[in-house]
Design a protein around this ligand. Structure first.
Ligand code: NAD
Length: 711
């Protein structure tokens, strides 16, 4: 037994308190499920009780969901094992619904997945005011669907449309929304929850209305044929639009809701189980669970081997440069409570940067993603200065001025003597060596890269780059700071392109070479999006800016001349002023929106560079784009650029949107089979060194376990 549940009976009330020992979160593993069965079994015949309350013993936490470690270890090749797991879970709400007295679940914190399904079996859910309150069924995010009745019970409580939206997106509802939807009966201050729950139980006990409600919740929802058609056509279209057809779980959930909603609950639950069985254990499910654990690893990683090393408290940051990146970096800090002072050598640029930050926050307020009072507080934390000396009280200064080594090191030399002795200086450079720039400093150990991605507001990744002399103390503080502002930092050793741009380069460059061989921009982009990338490489050029890409590409070509093949297409387009979205045309042309249209003017430009005109299959295009990335990734690992394959996979998922459901680049390679990859690479050997499997890849293939990830 897990000793997680305590049953108290007094004054006619049964109270179950869930408090999993030695754990921060309450999760539902097999042992806890068995305890639920036992405790609910004890209450089964108690006609003497006024009611039951389920609550958590952990403040700000109800039930985080199923125990994913157990789920990941379940033998999905044995369907009977999975069906047993489902039956055990389904029995919990079935038992609460059969109790001969009313029931209230007190939810004052996260109530997710299996936890939500347990709560949905109660007559009333009473929400608390704890800021961590959230209720939802996020199973699709790990490639599953709710399997303990969530698809059927939520549908009967809030209606099929709303239930479909919540379940197919996996997004939880905060307190106000949960009340509005009717998932919770009310939101009550945390310290009043128990008294209120008892008051509700007494009322229900007297009125007896809970009995009719239970009968009603077992009935079909009763939608007309037209309503059914409308609801599910819209829902299916929304899911397909969002998932581009890559993810089967939201569709399976929708199927279960559709088939079950006009049937009695018992039948609906069977549809749900059948739908669950179609998604569990699939490569997508496994890939997404792996990403869940990799994410956890990244979020707990201090960034250095010495786990006792404490980060320095950062109470104020300085930001050099108020351009696209500097403004974004300053905004990210002040939004998360870290005061920032911004300096720019150009007064107009500074003014524009600050105005942009304020406008960005206002936009968030308008969209309901930021409270007006938080906007005021964030702006109060934002300062500007024209003098370097005003940065003397900053704990960390992030430099984001023009990408020019002399400009950067010149500025460091002026700034360093003015800083506090233990202050850290970090550069947001995309292409310049951290180790080399550190030579301009008196204290190279206090210098590192802190590479944010554009747009900073939306991109979670920060590469914390260690130069040769960067100290652990510097790394641990920058990693903690990045987490403090809500980012996912990954520590990377200095080297051209660091991690993400280095592995992205072969992919982007290959797209240009494919154009030279006669592939069209659209078919290249389509092959990449069909693989699961959020956008194709040609569109990505337009988004990043062709000039920026050209510059970064040159640095990587110079660094790896053995395998980088140069295409002149970018140079040509840049010289014509076709810089991408920002100039209205790049590979595509742009009207008002950001969606690119085919541009007839591009064809003659491309024709100049075309060496041949052949047709390609999607498979071939995908192999051409992604296999050089695998080669580069094998080198990156062998060079110790990252400490772990997890960092590499998460870096690409967070930095370029590599499809998480493929588990990351290296997990995808593992799933494809490294031997198969080497075989396929042979086919492309005539194209040159970039397709030759590098030694570290061959070593893995001939090794004892031919994989990148061992777990
Ligand atoms: P930007 O041109 O938008 O902004 C640079 C700002 O620095 C300008 O406002 C300029 O006036 C100011 N500046 C120039 N010299 C200065 C000096 N000596 N002192 C103070 N201010 C000075 O550039 P950006 O796109 O924000 O890029 C900034 C840095 O971030 C670069 O190192 C770039 O490589 C890196 N980066 C850019 C991106 C991106 O997508 N734009 C992404 C990641 C990293």
């Amino acid at each position: 037994m897990a000793d997680a549940l305590k049953l108290d009976i007094s004054d006619g009330f049964a109270v179950i308190t869930f408090d999993k020992p030695d754990a921060r979160a309450n999760t539902l593993g097999a042992a806890v499920v068995a305890e639920f069965h036992k405790v609910l079994g004890e209450l089964k015949g108690r006609t003497d009780l006024t009611g039951l309350i389920l609550q958590s013993g952990k403040p700000g936490m109800f039930i985080a969901g199923a125990d994913l470690k157990e789920l990941a270890m379940a033998d999905t090749s044995r369907p009977e094992q999975i069906r047993t797991l489902i039956e055990h879970g389904l029995a919990i709400p079935a038992m609460t619904e059969a109790l001969p007295f009313p029931t209230v679940a007190i939810v004052d914190g996260p109530c997710m997945g299996g936890g939500c399904e347990v709560a949905l079996g109660f007559d009333v859910r009473l929400g608390g005011t704890h800021p961590k309150f959230e209720i939802g069924l996020p199973e699709v995010k790990i490639g599953l669907i709710p399997g303990w009745g969530g698809t059927q019970r939520l549908t009967r409580i809030i209606g099929p449309s709303q239930a479909a939206e919540m379940i197919c997106s996996g997004d939880g509802a905060r307190a106000a929304r949960a009340k509005e939807l009717g998932i919770v009966f009310d939101i009550v201050p945390s310290d009043k929850l128990e008294a209120e729950a008892k008051r509700i139980l007494i009322g229900l006990h007297k009125s007896g209305t809970w009995k009719q409600d239970r009968v009603r919740r077992r009935q079909p929802v009763g939608l007309s044929e037209d309503q059914m058609q409308f609801t599910f056509t819209v829902a299916r279209a929304m899911v397909l639009d969002k998932t581009k057809g890559h993810l089967p779980a939201p569709l399976a959930a929708l199927d279960a809701i559709e088939k079950g909603c006009n049937r009695p609950l018992e039948e609906g639950l069977k549809f749900e189980t059948d739908a669950f069985m179609t998604v569990v254990g699939t490569p997508i499910n496994k890939g997404l669970i792996a990403v869940f654990f990799m994410n956890q690893k990244v979020s707990k990683d201090p960034g250095v081997a010495d786990a006792t090393l404490q980060p320095k408290k950062v109470t104020r940051v300085g930001v050099l440069g108020a351009g696209i990146m500097g403004a974004g970096i300053a905004a990210a800090h002040v939004r998360k409570g870290v005061p920032a002072v911004v300096l720019d050598s150009n007064a107009q640029a500074l003014e524009k940067g600050i105005a942009g930050i304020a406008a960005g926050f206002k936009g968030l307020v308008d969209k309901g993603r930021m409270k007006p009072e938080d906007l005021v507080a964030a702006l109060a934390r934002l300062g500007t200065t024209a003098t370097l000396a005003s940065l003397s009280d900053c704990d960390v200064v992030v430099e984001a001025i023009v990408e020019n080594e002399q400009a950067k090191t010149g500025l460091y030399k002026q700034l360093e003597p003015l800083l506090k002795p233990d202050a850290i200086l970090a550069s947001n450079t995309s292409t310049i060596s951290i180790t080399r720039m550190a030579q301009a400093l008196q204290k190279p150990e206090r210098f590192a890269g802190m590479h944010f991605f554009n747009p900073v507001e939306r991109m979670p990744l920060v590469e914390v780059i260690r130069g040769e002399k960067t100290s652990d103390a510097t790394v641990v503080t920058l990693v903690a700071l990045a987490k403090q502002i809500g980012k996912s930092p990954i520590v990377v050793k200095d080297g051209p392109g660091f991690l993400v741009n280095r592995i992205l380069f072969p992919y982007l460059n290959e797209a240009l070479l494919l154009l030279e061989e006669g592939a069209t921009p659209r078919e290249i982009d389509k092959a990449a999006t069909a693989f699961g990338m959020p956008m194709g490489p040609i569109t990505l050029y337009d988004v990043v800016g062709l000039d920026t890409s050209l510059y970064a590409g040159k640095v990587l070509q110079a660094a790896y001349p053995d395998r980088a093949v140069i295409s002149k297409i970018l140079e040509d387009l840049v010289s014509m002023g076709r810089l991408g979205q920002k100039s209205g045309a790049g590979f595509y042309k742009y009207g008002k929106g950001l969606k690119g249209d085919d541009d007839p003017a591009l064809a003659p430009i491309l024709a100049k560079h075309q060496r041949e005109k052949r047709t390609f299959t999607t498979d071939e295009l995908q192999q051409r784009l992604f296999l050089p990335m695998v080669n580069e990734a094998a080198r990156v690992l062998a060079e110790g650029i990252v400490r772990d394959p997890v960092d590499l996979d998460m870096g690409l998922i967070l930095g370029i949107g590599f499809p998480p459901w493929r588990g990351g680049l290296l997990r995808w390679a593992d799933a494809t089979g490294l031997k198969n990859i080497v075989e396929t690479l042979k086919k492309y050997a005539p194209l040159g060194a970039r397709y030759a499997p590098p030694e570290p890849l061959l070593q893995r293939v001939s090794g004892f376990v031919p994989r990148f990830h061992f777990i």
